[in-house]
Design a protein around this ligand. Structure first.
Ligand code: IMP
Ligand code: MG
Length: 177
């Protein structure tokens, strides 16, 4: 598996440090607000687990699974494969994502959740790839800004593989070309 990685972009130690920093900031900003963390599956699963261990406030967690409609990604339409089990009306929602790339998925999700009348919606992302942004969405909390390269590991996949790498690596171009 590691033979498919061109270079390590973010080490385990760097990730741990930044995830802890964001967890502490969320702790300060959402004290007494009982937020609900909404993880976007599957890419969020490792980030969300590590992040939550650094969030020291009363809160709840839930997950959604979404995917882009094939062939209509330019419209920004996404399909909800798994919806929330908790009501978010009046709640402070914190969306937890692996990577903010074009932003199409998150802007759709944000609009979708706003329809349920939450008190607020905040976005926490592990990675931010601003070079490819196609919508005006911004991350409220971001651990790292990354260059325009395809990255895998720490939850992020290429064709469902590499999610279990403990670091974030750049995939060798010959793997996906
Ligand atoms: P967006 O709608 O373009 O922002 O898409 C975001 C989604 O695309 C993320 O949740 C990832 O699943 C996927 N994605 C975008 N860039 C990468 C990458 O470099 N590696 C792995 N997945 C990526
Ligand atoms: Mg994803």
């Amino acid at each position: 598996m590691t033979n498919d990685i061109e270079r390590i972009l973010l080490s385990e130690e760097e990730i741990e440090e930044q995830v802890a920093r964001v967890g502490r900031r969320i702790t300060e900003d959402f004290r007494d607000k009982n937020p609900i963390f909404v993880g976007v599956l599957k890419g969020c699963f490792i980030f969300m687990a590590d992040l939550m261990l650094h969030v020291d406030i009363k809160c709840t967690m839930d997950f959604m699974a979404i995917s882009s409609y094939a062939g209509t990604s330019s419209t920004g339409a996404v399909k909800i494969n798994k919806d929330l089990g908790q009501d978010i009306e009046g709640r402070h929602v914190i969306i937890v994502e692996d990577i903010l790339d074009s932003g199409v998925t998150l802007s759709y999700l944000k609009q979708f959740l706003l329809g349920r009348k939450p008190a607020s919606i905040t976005i926490a992302t592990l990675l931010d790839k601003p070079a490819r942004r196609r919508s005006d969405i911004v991350a409220d909390y971001s651990c790292f800004e990354v260059p325009d390269a395809f990255v895998v590991g720490y939850g992020l996949d290429y064709n469902e593989h590499y999610r279990n790498l403990p670091y974030i690596g750049v995939l060798k171009p010959e793997i996906y070309s």
